[in-house]
Design a protein around this ligand. Structure first.
Ligand code: PEP
Ligand code: MN
Length: 326
């Protein structure tokens, strides 16, 4: 961003309030111009720059994902009517109709409005369980309808993607697909809200641009989901990047969810990470649970059993009462 000032003598004043807001700038042209290299400046700061009487002009110096940033849109479509924080729970994969139905029964008794569950699974190994595909999407839909829930599932670039998406209320793009631009366009063209996982090592720019692909192709809204990233020495499966929460809140008008299950990879860490995420301002959580975790077809080690999920839902709802709506 390049700021043109009316007087070079104003530069120290403006630079010092920018610094207090955490933004560094460089002086150019004898102090008449201030260059801010960071492409992502919070919207409230842009407003303050624009309102300053010493500022003649502000220009973008980077190509920006305009549909995603707050400066492009003040009021985003919000796919979660009702309760904030929103807790979306369910098995890693929809192993059977019975698993979906038992889980949906529990979730509705806890008054949680959403269920997740995989259909086609994106597995690292081609020999690992790949999911039950379209059948699983039908089981998920039927269980959700029986218990008054909305359905979320990851879609992959399969021939039945559109047919599966028809059965979903929110379409999930997995961490491993976040960089697949043609796929993002195909998902955006479904014209459904999309939950966009952060790629395994995605930079903030890459994550925001992936959301831009979806919105540009027709998605009415996106839900960002931080699910842990690769760091040099992860203590568990991945490292949960809690900074993603204030970052997405400050930069975009869209919700930020946290998936502690895939970050931790192990059940004892799921509740502490969930509560930390809510305390930091996450709008919701995506949690894996299973009626009998030992029998789960995928991600058994990180699946909460029903008692643990019930306990977490109660604690999350207590904490959530502190949270103000967006
Ligand atoms: C999932 O949510 O089931 C999943 C595979 O997550 P991720 O893409 O974050 O690994
Ligand atoms: Mn999983």
């Amino acid at each position: 961003m390049l700021i043109t000032l009316s007087e070079h003598s104003e530069a120290p004043r403006i630079q010092s309030w920018l610094i207090r807001e955490g933004v560094a700038s460089r002086l150019l042209d004898g102090g008449r111009l201030l260059l801010v290299d960071d492409p992502f400046i919070p919207h409230h700061l842009l407003r303050r720059v624009d309102a300053d009487p010493a500022v003649l002009r502000r220009e973008d110096t980077h190509d920006l994902p305009r549909r995603v940033l707050r400066s492009g849109i003040e009021e985003a479509e919000w796919p979660f009517p009702g309760r904030i924080p929103t807790l979306i729970a369910g098995p890693c994969s929809i192993d059977s109709f019975a698993v979906a139905d038992e889980t949906a029964h529990l979730l509705s008794s806890l008054q949680l409005g959403w269920m997740r569950g995989g259909t086609h699974k994106a597995r690292t190994s081609p020999y690992a369980f790949q999911g039950h595909g379209f059948r699983a999407a039908e089981w998920l839909r039927e269980a959700c309808d029986r218990h008054g829930l909305r359905a979320v599932s990851e879609v992959l670039d399969t021939p039945d993607m559109e047919a599966i998406a028809e059965l979903l209320d929110l379409v999930q793009v997995g961490a491993r697909q976040m960089h697949s631009f043609r796929f993002l366009q195909r998902v955006g063209a479904l014209e459904k809200p999309v939950l966009l996982k952060r790629g395994l090592s995605a930079t903030p720019e890459e994550w925001l641009w992936a959301a831009e692909y979806l919105l540009d192709a027709g998605a009415p809204s996106v839900v960002f989901c931080e699910r842990g990233i690769r760091t040099p020495a992860p203590l568990k499966r991945f490292t949960l990047d809690l900074q993603a929460i204030p970052f997405i809140r400050e930069m975009t008008p869209y919700p930020i969810f946290v998936d502690p299950s895939h970050a931790a990879g192990t059940t004892p860490y799921v509740a502490p990470l969930s509560l930390a995420a809510l305390a930091a301002g996450a709008h919701g959580l995506l949690i894996e649970c299973h009626p009998d975790p030992a029998k789960a077809c995928s991600d058994a080690l990180q699946a909460l059993d029903f008692d643990a999920l019930t306990d977490l839902a109660r604690r999350a709802q207590c904490l959530g009462k502190l949270e103000v709506t967006p």
